[in-house]
Design a protein. Structure first.
Length: 267
């Protein structure tokens, strides 16, 4: 277990998973932070109550039913949190183009309570030009912040000038279970889109309907194009699937015809 953990830590360090609020002698415990974050995968998130920028109450259970991307920020941050949020916005835009505009939700939670109140979170969203109708900026109950961040494996520590905190986005499934953690102020697009695609494909496979079959086929044919830096539909896969279905259909028809013929033939 030690070697894989160090690989995770080294990759995380290279990606800059800690947002540093101030320079100081004591370094963050990267290994412990990454271990806690990874341990949150598979955890069912409990019920929490928030307020959005319009002071409306939002319960965590209200966010279920679709995959969810969760990030944590503090509004007094002038570098890492804005940079991370703006990059996440680009990744979310690409994910919506690839997977569907309404296929998942995003929430950003202010962990520095009571300073990250609804008004501050609303200002943070506007300052970072977030206009996605399915992206909500939320303020939790101050008494619940410790439990909430612990459940998500999100580590932070106060410093004289702000906070050192883990830079992560958590991908949560439609039932409120943490499915994947994505680290860094920037990251490769498949690190976010891949888990969302897996969750949506799994949901489509649970119930057999023509719409779900089409959704699954479309997701299967949506592939990442490294040259273009985005996702696109690979139409050759559509052709292959159609050819395969046609062949199997023809094979089934021939088999059924032969079966009927042998049933009519007298012994």
């Amino acid at each position: 277990m030690i070697r894989p953990l160090w690989r995770v830590v080294l990759r995380a360090l290279a990606a800059g998973v800690f947002a540093l609020g101030a320079a100081h002698a004591q370094q963050p415990d990267y290994e412990s932070a990454l271990r806690d974050s990874q341990a949150a995968i598979g955890r069912q998130v409990g019920e929490y109550t928030f307020r959005d920028a319009q002071l409306r109450e939002v319960r965590f259970s209200d966010l279920r039913g679709k995959p969810l991307v969760v990030s944590f920020v503090y509004t007094g941050c002038f570098q890492a949190c804005p940079v991370t949020t703006q990059f996440l916005a680009k990744a979310v835009k690409s994910a919506r183009e690839a997977l569907g505009a309404n296929s998942f939700r995003v929430v950003t939670i202010g962990f520095n309570q009571p300073f990250d109140g609804p008004e501050a979170m609303g200002n943070f969203a506007r300052q970072n030009r977030i206009a996605d109708p399915q992206w909500t900026f939320l303020s939790p109950d101050p008494t619940a912040v410790e439990a909430l961040t612990r459940e998500f494996g999100f580590s932070y520590r106060a410093t004289p000038k702000g906070f050192d905190h883990l830079t992560q986005a958590s991908v949560v499934d439609a039932n409120g279970v943490i499915y994947r953690q994505v680290y860094g102020e920037t990251f490769e697009l498949p690190m976010l889109v891949g888990p969302l695609k897996e969750l949506l494909s799994g949901e489509a496979a649970r119930t057999f309907t023509l719409e779900n079959v089409w959704t699954k086929v479309k997701l299967y044919c949506t592939v990442y194009d490294p040259a273009g830096g985005g996702y696109r539909l690979n139409y050759s896969l559509f052709v292959e699937i159609f050819a395969g279905v046609t062949f199997l259909g023809a094979l089934a028809w021939v088999g059924l015809r032969e079966y009927r013929r042998t049933r009519r033939t007298p012994a």
